[in-house]
Ligand binder design. Structure first.
Ligand code: A3P
Length: 295
């Protein structure tokens, strides 16, 4: 008889009320005591908010638009993922520790879980936010194909899971509100996925200035082209095609899935949308952050 498909039974673990991957929770003290350096740049996002996109943009800026240099390694290896742990492979902290300064690192952690050293060393933070509805849709499809995150269940089930923040890295609402609230108290550049989509050159220019770089118009135009969804979907260094099927099964849903603003309209029912808007108003009361839900 054929071997039945192994159904994935991935359990997350809580750290201070936030669900994280078990291996991350298990190495929490090593993550918390991570030593930042003053010239670190930390890319911060809630999952599925365009992390890979901004990483490629940042690397292209750092390499002065040199495509070959950006091909030196897959994107996951270029910027250590601070809270990432998957023994026996080297952890994000270990990779960062062996990297020469100035370092570019990345995280999905909410502000309250960030290793304190980042604040103490007054590092630069680049936060990218994406509207909640598109984030939810993207995360749903990601959890369907990821073999290291829990099965999302049906879309109806996932709707509740996401709203209640019962996903890895916690609540979208709290994450975004937390980073937004402190944006003027630290060296934080806070940008939006929707704005990069609408006017990539303008946003890339902001990132460039934040990084203290100065590139020609022609280089900026090249970065815009090279970091388009279409290019990054074909690029083996960014599209996760080298990740084994046992980690990501892209036959279920590709990592570079759609890359658009407003795909939520193809997923939310009218009733779900009304309910979401109501919950959104409640949870986002008192914050001045505003998102584009379509372009
Ligand atoms: P979709 O699932 O909506 O397509 P992350 O890197 O944080 O995991 O985010 C993944 C999301 O960013 C996916 O969204 C992916 O398609 C999108 N993305 C990746 N590269 C992009 C690009 N160059 N332009 C627009 N969206 C991109």
């Amino acid at each position: 008889a054929p071997t039945p498909e192994l159904s994935k039974d991935v359990k997350l673990k809580e750290v201070s009320g936030i669900l994280l991957q078990a291996a991350t929770a298990d190495s929490w003290s090593k993550i918390q005591t991570f030593e930042a350096k003053p010239d670190d740049l930390l890319i911060c996002t809630y999952p599925k908010s365009g992390t890979t996109w901004i990483q490629e943009i940042v690397d292209m800026i750092e390499q002065n638009g040199d495509v070959e240099k950006c091909q030196r390694a897959i994107i996951q290896h270029r910027h250590p993922f601070i809270e990432w742990a998957r023994p026996p492979q080297p952890s994000g902290v270990e990779k960062a520790n062996t990297m020469t300064a100035p370092r570019i690192l990345r995280t999905h952690l909410p502000t309250q879980l960030l290793p304190p050293s980042f604040w103490e060393k007054n590092c630069k933070f680049l936060y990218v936010a994406r509207n909640a509805k598109d984030c939810m849709v993207s995360y749903y499809h990601f959890q369907r194909m990821s073999q290291v995150l829990p099965d999302p269940g049906t879309w109806e089930e996932y709707f509740e899971t996401f709203i209640n923040g019962k996903v890895s890295w916690g609540s979208w609402f709290d994450h975004v509100k937390g980073w937004w609230k402190i944006r003027d108290k630290h060296q934080i550049l806070f940008i939006f996925y929707e704005d990069i989509k609408r006017d990539p050159k303008h946003e890339i220019q902001k990132v460039m200035q934040f990084m203290g770089k100065n590139l020609d118009e022609a280089v900026l135009d090249k970065i815009v082209q090279e970091t388009s969804f279409e290019k990054m979907k074909e690029n083996p260094m960014t599209n996760r095609s080298t990740v084994p099927k046992s980690v990501m099964d892209q036959s279920i849903s590709p990592f570079m899935r759609k890359g658009t603003v407003g795909d939520w309209k193809n997923h939310f029912t009218v009733a779900q949308n009304e309910r979401f808007d109501e919950i959104y108003r409640e949870k986002m009361k008192g914050t001045s952050i505003r998102f584009s839900m379509e372009l």
